[in-house]
Ligand binder design. Structure first.
Ligand code: TXA
Ligand code: MG
Length: 324
């Protein structure tokens, strides 16, 4: 079973494991990540093994500073502006790789682009100390809900990894927003912890969305973030054999008879809802209800990413291939 160490006492142990080509679960501001040295093929392969992740699905490389980022990838002016505005923070930029950057090809699944992010807090310190980028997908078994606490990581991956660094509940609670500069514009590949409107304000232009062949993040297949229970979205009523995931002050009809009930944000705050989403889905899942009914969540701000994760969790699972 994995050892759980608090951030204040974990740095040396984490470094030793990473230098030996092993993996470590670490807190970031978005969700917990399962990190390995991005330049070490064995470390990267262990990430895929521990998660049961298909190897065609590339990983995000995490950097400590802009100099490290520019050794790995080539920045266009718009991407640079976004990095300056939001790093360290929950934004991932997809960029052309710089040849000879030392990143193991397994990280990028052979693509000539790479997804880069500069995390806040422990992750940043660890990368700076290691002096090398860390590849880190969310620290969950492929296709399951991302972990927002060290305990959730240990419950899912604890038998397959040696160390979970405990930094408490992750403040944002949703994975990073992923964008890619394309021609004169910037395309949204995955909504996430920074609202699209904030990015649009920083570059004074609207994000490109949808369309475009093969431009989506490869991991964005329909069924994903799946709890054991079925999910039913935009529920106006709830049956007594269902659990209810609520939002705001207006309750679905029959809510008092629900098998279990949690409210993502009583005051209707989408940031609070985002930070509670995955933990509450897991808690309602543990209630044993066969279905989790979810009240309507608005699409503005972080609501876009919340609705994205909910609809993936609700997608039919037969024939679908969950991937990250
Ligand atoms: O907040 C986050 O982003 C967390 C923390 C740990 O940093 N990480 C995370 O990683 O969510 P993961 O592996 O669960 O999701 C990464 C997504 C996948 O959908 C993957 O397909 C996409 O990034 N991706 C990676 N490299 C890409 C590339 N070169 N082009 C397009 N999408 C890429
Ligand atoms: Mg993931």
């Amino acid at each position: 079973m994995a050892e759980i160490l608090a951030v204040g006492e974990a740095l040396e142990r984490a470094l030793t494991l990473l230098q030996a080509g092993d993996v470590v679960a670490i807190p970031t501001e978005t969700v917990y990540g399962l990190a390995g040295d991005a330049t070490n093929g064995i470390g990267v392969a262990r990430i895929f093994e521990a998660k049961g992740r298909p190897r065609f699905n590339p990983l995000i490389a995490h950097v400590a500073d802009m100099a490290m980022a520019e050794r790995i990838a080539v920045f266009d002016p718009l991407s640079k502006k976004l990095a300056q505005a939001f790093w360290p923070g929950p934004l991932t930029l997809v960029l052309p790789q710089r040849p000879g950057n030392g990143i193991h090809p397994l990280v990028t699944a052979g693509l000539d682009t790479i997804a880069l992010r500069m995390p806040r807090g422990f992750g940043g310190d660890l990368i700076a100390k290691l002096g090398r980028p860390l590849a880190a997908p969310s620290a969950n078994s492929s296709g399951r809900i991302s972990a927002t606490t060290a305990q959730a990581v240990a419950a899912d991956l604890g038998a397959r990894i040696k160390l979970v660094v405990d930094g408490g509940a992750t403040p944002v609670g949703l994975e990073s927003t992923i964008v890619k500069a394309e021609g004169a514009g910037v395309r949204l590949l995955r909504p996430g912890g920074i609202a699209a409107a904030e990015i649009e304000a920083a570059i004074s232009m609207e994000l490109l969305r949808g369309g475009g062949a093969g431009v989506e993040a490869p991991g964005m297949l329909a069924s994903h973030y799946a709890p054991g229970a079925a999910m039913r979205l935009n529920a106006g009523t709830v049956g007594k054999d269902e659990a209810l995931l609520g939002f705001g002050g207006q309750r679905a009809e029959g809510w008092r008879n629900a098998a279990a009930f949690l409210n993502l944000s009583v005051s209707g705050d989408l940031r609070e809802a985002a930070s509670n989403l995955f933990a509450y889905m897991q808690e309602l899942d543990r209630s044993g209800a066969r279905t989790i009914a979810v009240e309507t969540i608005p699409f503005d701000g972080l609501g876009e990413a919340i609705n994205d994760r909910l609809s993936r969790a609700a997608a039919p699972r037969d024939n679908a291939q969950p991937t990250t």
